[in-house]
Design a protein around this ligand. Structure first.
Ligand code: IPE
Ligand code: IPE
Ligand code: MG
Length: 243
């Protein structure tokens, strides 16, 4: 447990992190891109733990987009290997009764993922389901448009077989069919690496999110950056269309 946590007046319930900049981080050091991803995975572990310690209840980390399949096969393979390693490690930690008690959820398209990875994902979700300190959503093979397409198809099926009428479809109902159903929308979305875009992240959920951009490359992201985000967040005036 981290005992240097500042006192925050108000905390976001949910933070979204776009873990970007691994490749550039590696390139700057003359390393392979996969080394950047390894460093990024370490940062991910640290930031999850810190968010849990601070008392954030939901975090979503963008790990692999539906568009990232267009990368060279070698890089995609290295990423899949890292995801597997993380899940195997989570399994070990579970046996040691990990103090941070995170509930792990994978959001994204399951179809297209390697079978062994899928098995580990299902196991991690099942085993960690009893925890409630923090929910860690890992967006893997995730795309906001794919998520909405999936939701539309599921709703259409219900309408077709008479379980739902067209008039029953509401924003709340759509919210029930997206992958983060039951969780609050992200209060703030963090994008490091100097890019100012969402890249298909949490399309539905981000309707009223705050944004925090920075030039830091994800592997260099620290607990202090999380503090900066939280201090910044508590100054924001969220009006949701009101006055
Ligand atoms: C983010 O880092 C990780 C994934 C998209 C999987 P990048 O690999 O996109 O890093 P840059 O943007 O090339 O620096
Ligand atoms: C977004 O980063 C996806 C993840 C961090 C997993 P990208 O590097 O893929 O985004 P673009 O291509 O710069 O928009
Ligand atoms: Mg990138």
């Amino acid at each position: 447990m981290n005992d240097n946590i500042p006192v925050f007046e108000v905390l976001p319930q949910h933070i979204g992190f776009i873990m970007d900049g691994n490749g550039r981080w590696a390139k700057m050091r003359g390393l392979e891109r996969s080394e950047g991803h390894k460093a990024g995975a370490k940062t991910f572990r640290r930031i999850v733990e810190y968010c849990a310690d601070v008392g954030i209840k939901h975090v979503t980390f963008y790990a692999f987009s539906t568009e990232n399949w267009s990368r060279p096969e070698k890089e995609v393979k290295a990423l899949m290997k890292l995801f597997k390693e993380y899940l195997l490690e989570a399994d070990e930690r579970e046996k040691e009764n990990d103090i941070r008690q995170s509930r792990i959820r994978f959001i994204g398209e399951r179809e297209g993922l390697p079978k062994d990875l899928l098995r580990l994902i299902e196991k991690a979700e099942k085993v960690s389901n009893k925890y409630s300190k923090i929910t860690v959503n890992v967006a893997l093979n995730y795309g906001g448009r794919a998520e909405l397409t999936h939701a539309v198809k599921e709703i259409a099926k219900k309408v077709k077989n008479g379980e739902m009428s067209v008039d029953d479809i509401s924003e709340d109902v759509i919210g029930d069919y997206i992958y983060t159903a039951g969780q609050p929308d992200p209060d703030i979305i963090v994008r490091p690496s100097g890019e100012y875009r969402l890249s298909n992240f949490l399309t539905w959920q981000s309707a009223y999110s705050e944004f925090w951009f920075s030039d830091i490359l994800w592997p260099d992201f620290t607990e202090k950056d999380v503090n900066d985000i939280l201090f910044d967040y508590q100054k924001r005036n969220r009006r949701f269309g009101g006055v």
